[in-house]
Structures are given as structure tokens and as C-alpha cells.
Design a binder for this molecule. Structure first.
Ligand code: HEM
Length: 524
């Protein structure tokens, strides 16, 4: 018997209504629990249209303040729904730690967005942590000394190119550590290719950049109907090409017996032990570059911004450094335990302008209940660092840039002894639990040594134009994208004395003469 088209149409309409109603209602919490509060969504798309494409953490903070009334709801957590997919926003460090760290067996995955490349498996992360753990990071200090001397020398000569010098420092460091290569200038063609690729990766990995991330069913469209599939395949091929190329260079050098020590060499030598394929090894080191190149540079740019706005903090920093390091030498890593303010300033910069401001989401793999709130399996948990770092209970006067909060007993974040604290161990700026940033030990050393050296050598202040009028420097004019980085701004940088400039110049010459990769300068 043929089914009437009217019945089919009615069945489709009822099914669609039920699906839409289900999506809109959200998951059903088990008895005794409830869904967290959140802004109401629209039919089918939920909150998709309400999330701003840029700087979404600001909106998330606003929603957090609105929907999470701590008196009524004991759990600063609110819920968004994007076309049926659950997104929970965490606005407190305690909850982020309780869930993402303490319940790490549930909250340590990442959602595989259809548009993004395959994510880091546990085996791959194991190798990353081995290459970057604290004891390994300590052995990278001589390389950080060399690259920070180059950065300082060029920064003093051409301060207006500050973005390039900070980028060359952080990419150059990982170039040496990862691939045994030198980055000569901030215009190096390979660096440009890598950074272009990095920006593509960041864009592709940002949730919601592609419609297919919201509606994964689009992945089943044939290629001719889905130009995005061709684009993504091209990007992934280019990424892997670069990573393979870098690994093959090192393998060739190993065969010729002239490969310098580097992460790629460590991987090739221990390949059997790691149980990874060549492509996976190339991907591990390539990912360390991708994740490490922009982040540290962005933090340094925010530091300069902070000093331009807070000359009194720059003075205090210089006073501390001058008590420990005289006129005759640059600050070294051995000085860092006696420079708590340098560490406090670095930590405060990462609080004030967190690099991954919206946090990198962790994906839950099991149903869970926390403080009466239901968290179904398959929820993306976003630790919104912008809000976490502005929680007035932990960070009183949160908008103010106050290194004192890490240095004086009257603040809730103070810890002693000051030879050891502040440091970045378990600091929310580097994420949570098993997914915590593997590069944090390298990153913290990079920030300390660069800040100490620039403050020792230079004065930073607001710049004036030819008529003596100060350039306006906005407090928050930050670029789009994954990593939060201030857009270009004007500032004045002057060397503190001729004597200190002489010390920098001599250290630079010495560094270049003794560079263990000296023979690489003529290559490429
Ligand atoms: C100031 C500098 C840096 C900051 C603020 C930072 C911050 C972060 C954050 C917040 C995460 C996400 C953690 C989570 O999901 O809970 C992360 C992940 C990661 N970071 Fe960093 N990072 C920095 C520097 C570096 C450096 C220098 C490297 C490499 C040498 C690096 C490598 C990575 C990698 C590979 C991941 C992904 C880990 C995973 O998915 O398991 N980062 N970082």
C-alpha cells in the first residue's frame, strides 16, 4: 500500500519538531541534579548566533557575571548550547581544578572537530612531556641565554620592530631545540612559511570557524559540493609537508654524522621505544613549534604594554634587579631565585592578559554530576581564563595590574618562600590537569630571562610625537585569533647607560662567536 505524501510530510514535521524540541531542551539531568543556568537559545542553533566571533571570552565573562549568582548557584558554571552540542563555561579556578585536574579521567580529551587535524594522542603527549619536562627545560637555558642576548641587542637597535624580535626569540628558540636550526632574521622565509601555516592551524582549530564544526553531517557531502573539504585537505597537506621536511633534514644530517642535538634527533634515536611512526614524531615536534612560537612572544608584547601603562612598576622592577645585578653583566638564570618581582611581574602579565583568554576546551567522556549540576558525556568544558583571572575572591581588584598580589602576605595568592614563589607550577594560565601546557617550564624561563634583561638594560615609557604629544596606547586593543596579542603600539625604549649598552654589545659578540650552531649561519 502506497503511503500518502500527506502522512510522510506529517511524519517528517513531527520528527523535526521532536528533534528541535530535544535540542532546545538540552540533555535530561538525572534525578536530584539540574542543568547549569545560561542564556536562552534559539530554535535549532541554540546560542550559536549570540557568541561573538571575536574575543568571545569578554561575552562569556559578561554571561558568567549575569547567570552565575554565587548566592543562588553555588557553582560558577554556565551552559551554552550550540546546535545541540553542550558547551559549559567555567569561570572559577577551583571548579576548573576540581573537574579538569581532579577528575582528569573524565575531562582530559579534546573534541575532534571535523575541520581540524587529528589530535594529540596520549602516546604523542608522552613524548612531548619528556622533551619539555622541568629537568629537560633546565638544560635549554644556555640556548635561552643566547637567543635572549640576540633579542635584546636587536630590540635596543630597532625598538619599533619589537614584535619581530619577540617572535624571533620564541620561534628561534624552538628552531634550535627542535630542529637544530638557526633563525637568522625575523624575515626568515622558513619562519614566514611556518607562521603562515600556524595561523591557518589556529583558524581551523577555532571552534565554529567552519560550518561543518557546528553541523558535522556536512562532512558527508561529496567534495564537489563542499569546497571547504578541498581547502582543509590542502592545509593539512601543507602542514605535514613542512613537518616531514624538517624531520628529513635532521635524518639526512644524522646519516652524514653531523646532526646537532635536537628533539627530532632524540625522537629518531628512540623511535622504537616511543612506538610512534615517523609522521607522528614529526607532528610532535612540529606541534611544539606551533604551540610555543606565538605564545611566549605574545606574553612579552603584553609585558611591554603593561610597563608603558605602569612606569612605577618598571621602576620597582629595575630597583630589584639593580640590587642583584651590577653594571658589569647581564642578568643570568642563577639570579632568578633572588628576583621574585621579575617572576611576579611575569605571572601578573599572564593573569592580566591571559594568552589563551577563552581557554582551550576539554571534552568530557562520561556523564558526571558536580555540586548538583549535570555534565553529560560529550560536553566541551571551556575554562574561561579571562573570567577565572578576574575572580575577585582570588584576585581582589582584578582589573588592576598588581605584581604585589604574588609578593605580599595580605593578598590571597601570596606564597613563600620568595626564593621559590611565585612560580607557574599549576598556574591556570597554562591550563589544567593532564592537558596542562607541556611547554610551561620552557615558557616561564623565557619570560623571566627576557623581562630581567630588558629591564636591566632599558627604560620603557610612553612615546611622544614631534610636537611632544603622547601617543595614545589603548589598554585593550588585541588581535583576533587564538593567542591574545596586543596590536602594534608606539612606545619609547632607551638604553639605561652607555656602560650597559657596552655590556649588551659584548655579550652579543661573545654569543655569536661561541654559538654551537655557528656553522649553520651560512646555510639556507
Ligand atoms: C607564555 C607561554 C605559554 C602559555 C601561556 C601557554 C598556555 C597553554 C595553555 C593554556 C594550554 C592548554 C592547556 C589545557 O588544555 O588545559 C597549552 C597547551 C599546549 N602548549 Fe602551551 N603555553 C605557552 C607556551 C608554550 C610553549 C613554549 C610550548 C612548547 C615548547 C607549548 C606547547 C603546548 C602544547 C603542545 C600544548 C597542547 C597540549 C595538549 O593538548 O595536550 N606552550 N598551552
Amino acid at each position: 500500500m502506497a503511503v500518502s505524501p500527506i502522512i510522510i510530510a506529517a511524519a517528517v514535521a513531527v520528527t523535526a519538531f521532536l528533534v528541535f524540541t530535544y535540542i532546545n531542551a538540552g540533555p535530561k539531568p538525572p534525578k536530584g541534579s539540574q542543568l547549569p543556568p545560561g542564556p536562552p537559545g534559539k530554535l535549532l542553533i541554540g546560542n550559536l548566533a549570540d557568541i561573538p566571533p571575536l574575543h568571545s571570552w569578554l561575552k562569556f565573562k559578561e554571561w558568567g557575571d549575569k547567570y552565575v549568582n554565587r548566592q543562588i548557584c553555588p557553582c560558577p558554571l554556565f551552559r551554552l548550547n550550540i546546535a545541540g552540542r553542550e558547551q559549559y563555561i567555567v569561570s572559577s579556578e577551583k571548579i576548573a581544578n576540581d573537574l579538569l585536574r581532579e577528575r582528569g579521567n573524565i575531562y582530559s580529551s579534546r573534541e575532534q572537530l571535523p575541520a581540524a587535524v587529528k589530535l594529540l594522542s596520549d602516546d604523542l603527549r608522552k613524548l612531548m612531556h619528556q622533551l619539555c619536562k622541568a629537568s629537560a627545560a633546565a638544560t635549554y637555558q644556555p640556548t635561552q641565554i643566547l637567543e635572549s642576548t640576540r633579542m635584546l641587542y636587536d630590540l635596543i637597535k630597532k625598538p619599533e620592530e619589537y614584535e619581530g624580535w619577540f617572535e624571533r626569540y620564541s620561534s628561534g628558540l624552538i628552531f634550535r631545540l627542535g630542529f637544530g636550526k638557526v633563525m637568522k632574521t625575523n624575515n626568515d622565509p622558513l619562519l614566514k612559511r611556518l607562521l603562515t601555516e600556524l595561523h591557518h592551524v589556529e583558524r581551523v582549530a577555532s571552534p565554529g570557524q567552519y560550518l561543518v564544526d557546528t553541523f558535522p553531517v556536512l562532512m558527508y557531502l561529496p567534495d564537489w559540493l563542499a569546497p571547504f573539504k578541498r581547502e582543509l585537505k590542502g592545509l593539512h597537506r601543507e602542514e605535514l609537508d613542512i613537518m616531514r621536511g624538517l624531520l628529513h633534514d635532521v635524518k639526512r644530517e644524522m646519516e652524514a654524522g653531523k646532526a646537532p642535538e635536537c628533539w627530532e634527533k632524540t625522537f629518531v634515536e628512540g623511535m622504537g621505544e616511543y612506538g610512534l611512526t615517523e609522521d607522528q614524531g614529526a607532528y610532535v615536534v612540529g606541534t611544539l613549534f606551533e604551540a610555543g612560537a606565538g605564545t611566549t612572544a605574545a606574553a612579552m608584547m603584553s609585558w611591554v604594554l603593561g610597563m608603558v601603562h605602569h612606569p612605577e612598576e618598571m621602576k620597582k622592577l629595575q630597583q630589584e634587579i639593580d640590587q642583584v645585578v651590577d653594571d658589569a653583566r647581564l642578568p643570568e638564570f642563577e639570579d632568578i631565585p633572588r628576583l621574585p618581582r621579575v617572576r611576579a611581574v611575569a605571572k601578573e602579565i599572564l593573569r592580566w592578559r591571559p594568552i589563551s583568554a577563552g581557554g582551550i576546551p576539554h571534552f568530557s567522556t562520561k556523564n558526571d554530576i558536580y555540586n548538583g549540576m549535570y555534565i553529560p558525556a560529550g560536553t566541551n568544558m571551556h575554562p574561561n581564563q579571562w573570567a577565572i583571572h578576574r575572580d575577585p575572591a582570588l584576585y581582589p581588584d582584578p582589573e588592576a595590574f598588581k605584581p604585589e598580589r604574588w609578593l605580599e602576605p595580605s593578598w590571597p595568592t601570596y606564597k613563600e618562600p620568595l626564593t621559590q614563589y611565585p612560580n607557574v607550577t599549576n598556574y591556570s594560565a597554562f591550563g589544567f590537569g593532564r592537558r596542562i601546557c607541556p611547554g610551561m617550564h620552557i615558557a616561564e624561563r623565557s619570560l623571566y630571562i627576557q623581562i630581567a634583561r630588558i629591564a636591566w638594560a632599558c627604560n620603557i615609557s610612553k612615546k611622544r610625537d614631534a610636537n611632544g604629544k603622547e601617543f595614545n596606547v589603548p589598554l585593550y586593543d588585541y588581535c583576533d585569533g587564538f593567542n591574545v596579542q596586543p596590536n602594534f603600539f608606539h612606545f619609547d625604549l632607551q638604553v639605561r647607560s652607555e656602560q650597559r649598552w657596552k655590556v649588551v654589545e659584548e655579550a652579543y659578540q661573545r654569543g655569536m662567536e661561541n654559538d654551537p650552531l655557528k656553522n649553520r649561519w651560512d646555510e639556507r
